[in-house]
Each structure stands twice: as C-alpha cells, then as structure tokens.
Design a protein around this ligand. Structure first.
Ligand code: HPA
Length: 266
C-alpha cells in the first residue's frame, strides 16, 4: 500500500498544494496561532488512524494558514505503547505523501539525558537511536515507497534543521534522540546506558514516523521539548501530568519556532 486515497477528505485539502506538514506531540498541540483554520477532521473520521488516547494529545487533523503558508497539522499522534500497529502510527506519513507534501516537522516531548540540558529546553534532532527493534518498513517490500534497504545517514534533513537552529536563539539544543518503547518511563540504569551510547534525550515516539517519511522521500526535521531530566538525573519521580506542566514556560518559544520554520521551509 504505497498511497492512501485522499478523496474522502474535505475538498479544501485537495484544492491547492500544501506547503508543509507538522506532527504535534505531547504539549505541542495548543501552541499554534494560525491566521485561519480551513478544515478540521477528527481522527475518529480517519479509520486507519483512530483517536489518540493520551492526555496532552488532541485528536484532529487540521488544514490551516500559518505564517502565510498552507500547513497540514496532525494535532496528536498514535504511539507504539498504546498497542497500535505500526501501520496506524505511520498513517500520517502515508497521508502526507498522498497529498504531495514534501516537508515534515515532527515534534515530541522528551526526557533530557545530556547533563547540560534543562527542562524547558528545545532540541533539534540530529540523529536517533532505535533500540526497540521495531521498524515500520518491516514486511513485504513496497517498491513504490522506497528501496528495500533505505539509507538512514541523514534522516533529519540538515537544511531544515538549520532553519530551526537559526531561529532557536541562544538556548536551542541539538542532539541524538533515543526511541524507547514505553509506556513505563526508563530506569536510571537504562538512562545511564543510553548516555553511554550517545543519546542526548529519550522519548516514546517520532522514530517510526521519521524512518517512514525519510525512506519515502519526504524531507524531515524533528524537535523535542525537554520536559524533564530523565530518570535518575533529577530528584523526584516522573509523573506524566507534571511532565506536561513543564512545557508551559516553553510554549511561547515553541510557538515562535514552529511559525519561523513554517515561514522559511522550502
Ligand atoms: N522518558 C521518555 N519519554 C518522555 C520523557 C522521559 O523521561 N519525558 C517526556 N517524554
């Protein structure tokens, strides 16, 4: 299945070319201030995807004008830890490709592993570690989508990443994201191991979508909001609601960076 049929979407999605797509993860759903919203489709109306089940995630596909560009926004995502299939998780990528969109920014919440990071930092992904053993390309080869063994040297497009770094100010971070399966947070021993392996931040998303999009020829950038220092690197235990609360102070920077990216992306 290389492409999904987009005929079921409201006509607005197909009328004019869409400049780029955003996938908004935990804490990112509320930050956009679009000039106009042209169409909203609840995920419940995307049967191959289904409603997100996680607090902090909306469940809507939006078509909007932001920074003068036409933008497709997935507000909320599906995660491996929810028990959904990889096909469900990467459904947004199939839709993005079917709509002819060539640029994608993926956002997430992540725990900081790099000791110089602080809660509220934003990190541009330079690379990832996928230690889960899962891969959305596993299975019969879909030659319309990609080659059998797609190259992963530059999953995160350097030119797109530069846009984020340029607009991120003095505090922007960059680093390697390790994909952990969740839903339990990591143990301090796992975090120490990830650090030895070179990870700067840990989260439970993004990597399946990034692999799928990059393999399919979509240019990808990704951005983490460091909501907490990872297990063993801070005094208290981790609670999802508290993790989300940490994003509050970062929201103006998150909003400004998304807007700047959309304005400047090719
Ligand atoms: N670990 C995994 N995922 C996360 C974390 C974390 O510490 N914080 C936010 N998402």
């Amino acid at each position: 299945m290389a492409t999904v049929d987009v005929a079921f979407l409201p006509a607005a999605f197909r009328e004019y070319p869409i400049d780029c797509a955003l996938i908004l993860g935990s804490g990112w759903g509320e930050v956009l201030e679009p000039e106009a919203v042209h169409a909203v489709v609840p995920y419940a109306d995307l049967p191959a995807f289904g409603a997100a089940s996680v607090v902090g995630h909306r469940s809507e596909l939006l078509l909007m004008t932001l920074a003068g560009r036409r933008v497709l926004v997935f507000s909320g995502r599906r995660h491996y830890y929810e028990g959904c299939s990889l096909e469900q998780i990467i459904y947004p990528i199939r839709l993005i490709k079917a709509l002819g969109i060539q640029t994608l920014l993926i956002t997430n919440a992540a725990g900081g592993i790099n000791a110089s990071f602080r809660a509220g930092d934003l990190m541009v992904l330079t690379d990832h570690l996928n230690l889960t053993g899962i891969n959305p390309l596993r299975g019969p080869h879909d030659a319309e989508w990609c080659t059998r063994f797609p190259d992963m040297t530059h999953v995160y497009d350097p030119e797109l990443s530069q846009i984020l770094l340029r607009h991120g100010g003095d505090t922007i971070r960059q680093g390697i994201y390790v994909f952990a399966p969740g839903p339990s947070y990591e143990t301090p021993a796992e975090i120490r191991a990830y650090r030895i392996l070179g990870a700067d931040a840990v989260g439970m998303s993004t990597v399946p979508e990034a692999i799928m999009a990059h393999a399919g020829g979509i240019r990808v950038a990704a951005l983490s909001c460091i909501t907490n220092m990872a297990a063993g690197l801070h005094a208290s235990t981790l609670v999802h609601e508290e993790v989300l609360a940490e994003t509050e102070s970062a929201k103006p920077r998150m909003a400004a960076l998304l807007r700047a990216f959309v304005a400047d992306c090719p």
